[in-house]
Design a protein around this ligand. Structure first.
Ligand SMILES: [Zn+2]
Length: 301
C-alpha cells in the first residue's frame, strides 16, 4: 500500500477531560444561595432608585445602572410562567431525562424572571401564565437545585385529578413522611400485625435488624397519597400495585414515595406507573409498579 501523508500522519486521539473547578459566587450570589440552603427562602434585591426587584439578585440595577444596596426582600415561593421551552434532547449535564420543561418564572413580588424546571404538567398542557409553586429539595446545599422544581399551583387545589389525556409519560409526583413509633403502633392496631419485631424492642434486638422496624406495608401505603391525591389525583382508581421490599424502614426514617407515568395503555385508557420508595439516605427501600384508571373528564362526572 502507498504510504501517503494522509495514512501516515493522520491520527485521531480519543480522550476525555474532567475539569473540577470552584469559584466564589460573589457577595450577592452567596447571600442568595445560602438563603436557599439555610431558610428555604428565595431572596431578591430591590433597587432604591426604581423599586424594581431582581431575582436572582444582582449588584447593579439594569434600569438605573446604579449599585443596589443591601435591600434584600424575601419572596413568596409562588410565581407565574412568562416563557418556556420543552427540552427534547439528552445532554450529560441535564438535570432530568428529556422531555422536560424549562421555564422563565417571575415570582410574586419580583420584576424579573428566572429559569427553573416545571414538573407535574405535560408539554402539551404547558402554557405561559401558568401559576406555579416551588417544591424544595429534601437536602439543601446552596445550589439553585435546592428548589427541586416548580409545580402547577392548581394541581394541589383542584377537585379532580389528571385525566388520561392530560397524563404524559415522564410526569411524576412524590410524598414524603417521617415514620414514627406512633405510626407503627397505630398500624399494628389497624392491621392486627403485632409481630414483636415491630412492637417489642427487646425481641427485635435478637433479629438481624437489631432493632424494631416498621411494617413493610406502612411506607408502602404512602403511595396512596401520590396516586390518589396528586398523580393522577382525585378520582383515580387503583387496579393493581406490585411491590418488592429491598430494605427495612426504621423508626424515624423519612420515606419518599414517588410515582412516575411510564406507559399509557390506549385500549383501556389505563396508566402504568413506576413506583419507588427511598429513605433519607437516598437508599431504595422498595420499588414496584401500579396500574391505575385515571379520573374521567369533568363534564362526564
Ligand atoms: Zn433601579
Amino acid at each position: 500500500m502507498q504510504d501517503t501523508t494522509a495514512t501516515r500522519d493522520c491520527f485521531i486521539v480519543q480522550g476525555k477531560l474532567a475539569l473540577p473547578f470552584q469559584y466564589f459566587a460573589g457577595r450577592t450570589g452567596s447571600r442568595f444561595l445560602t438563603a436557599l440552603r439555610d431558610r428555604k427562602v428565595i431572596r431578591g434585591l430591590r433597587c432604591e432608585g426604581c423599586a424594581k426587584v431582581f431575582v436572582p439578585p444582582r449588584a447593579t440595577c439594569e434600569r438605573c445602572f446604579a449599585p443596589i444596596a443591601d435591600n434584600w426582600v424575601d419572596l413568596a415561593p409562588t410565581g407565574t410562567v412568562t416563557g418556556f421551552t420543552v427540552v427534547r434532547y439528552a445532554e450529560p449535564h441535564q438535570p432530568l431525562k428529556p422531555p422536560f420543561i424549562q421555564a422563565l418564572i417571575r415570582l410574586d413580588g419580583a420584576d424579573t424572571p428566572f429559569v427553573h424546571i416545571v414538573r407535574g404538567v405535560g408539554p402539551s398542557q404547558m402554557r405561559t401564565g401558568l401559576r406555579v409553586q416551588a417544591v424544595w429539595a429534601r437536602k439543601t446545599t446552596a445550589t439553585i437545585r435546592d428548589i427541586d422544581h416548580f409545580r402547577p399551583l392548581a394541581a394541589a387545589t383542584r377537585r379532580r385529578g389528571l385525566t388520561y389525556d392530560e397524563l404524559e409519560v415522564g410526569m411524576s409526583a412524590a410524598f414524603t413522611k417521617t415514620i414514627t413509633e406512633t405510626d407503627v403502633y397505630l398500624f399494628a392496631g389497624i392491621s392486627g400485625d403485632f409481630n414483636p419485631m415491630h412492637v417489642d424492642e427487646e425481641f427485635a434486638r435478637g433479629t438481624p435488624f437489631g432493632t424494631r422496624i416498621a411494617h413493610g406495608a406502612l411506607p408502602q401505603c404512602l403511595i396512596a397519597n401520590v396516586l390518589g391525591m396528586k398523580l393522577p389525583g382525585l378520582g383515580t382508581v387503583a387496579l393493581e400495585i406490585n411491590t418488592r421490599f429491598r430494605k427495612p424502614t426504621f423508626f424515624g426514617d423519612t420515606i419518599t414515595a414517588t410515582a412516575e407515568v411510564v406507559e399509557k395503555l390506549d385500549a383501556r385508557r389505563w396508566v402504568r406507573m413506576e413506583l419507588t420508595w427511598t429513605n433519607q439516605k437516598d437508599e431504595r427501600v422498595a420499588e414496584g409498579t401500579a396500574l391505575v384508571m385515571p379520573p374521567p373528564p369533568e363534564e362526564t362526572v
